[in-house]
Design a protein around this ligand. Structure first.
Ligand SMILES: Nc1ncnc2c1ncn2[C@@H]1O[C@H](COP(=O)(O)OP(=O)(O)O)[C@@H](O)[C@H]1O
Ligand SMILES: [Mg+2]
Length: 183
């Protein structure tokens, strides 16, 4: 894995002082391997937010996470269902908020049991569920990994990882080590 290294973010009140882990992927397989490494690290109650445009690789990364969790079979975008549940070493709750118009809708959907549950929550289009105001809490626990994917070429993606909360920070650090080891 080609990895430019880590740096410290200076903007974004929600993530002040947090470290940014950056990685560059040059193939869909490489993005899936990042997900695989992450899936192997996850524990019950972990929340992974995925941010990025259509085709950025959110589902590809989720496929890797599923493989890392031992989910058999194919994972695809749950766009028309908001939530798809898979069973591996742990349950995988795969959300897609593409159709959400405001964070209030996420509160109204009553996903608390999933967020605090025995499984792992992976949320595509999480930006659609994030409050626009700084002092409003998100509709999920404030302890999460936040991964932004950006297309920088036909097969190239920049993957940027931040986190909130103690568990988020621990998972981020472990993922950063796993990515470096794979280089
Ligand atoms: N480095 C890469 N990482 C992830 N996907 C890539 C990469 N290069 C090309 N692709 C392609 O980009 C698309 C990503 O699709 P998908 O994972 O469904 O995106 P999203 O869920 O963000 O809309 C796939 O067709 C995949 O083959
Ligand atoms: Mg998708």
């Amino acid at each position: 894995m080609d990895m430019p290294g880590t740096s410290t973010e200076s903007t974004g009140a929600q993530h002040v002082g947090s470290t940014v882990t950056q990685a560059r992927s040059v193939s869909v397989e490489q993005t899936r391997r990042v997900g695989l490494a992450l899936g192997a690290l996850l524990a019950p109650g972990d929340v992974v937010l995925l941010i990025g445009d259509l085709g950025a690789g959110k589902t590809a990364l989720t496929q890797g996470i599923g493989a890392g969790l031992g989910v058999p079979g194919v994972i695809n975008s749950p766009t028309f269902t908001i939530l798809k549940e898979y069973t591996g070493r742990l349950p995988l709750y795969h959300f897609d908020l593409y159709r959400i118009e405001s964070p209030d809708e996420v509160y109204a959907l009553g996903f608390e049991d999933y967020f605090a549950g025995e499984g792992v929550c992976v949320i595509e289009w999480a930006e659609r569920g994030e409050p626009r105001e700084q002092d409003v809490p998100p509709p999920w626990p404030i302890d999460y990994l936040r991964i932004t994917l950006r297309a920088s070429g036909p097969d190239e993606r920049m993957i940027e990882v931040t986190s909130a909360g103690p568990r988020g920070a621990a998972v981020q650090a472990a993922l950063a080590r796993a990515i470096v080891e794979e280089r």
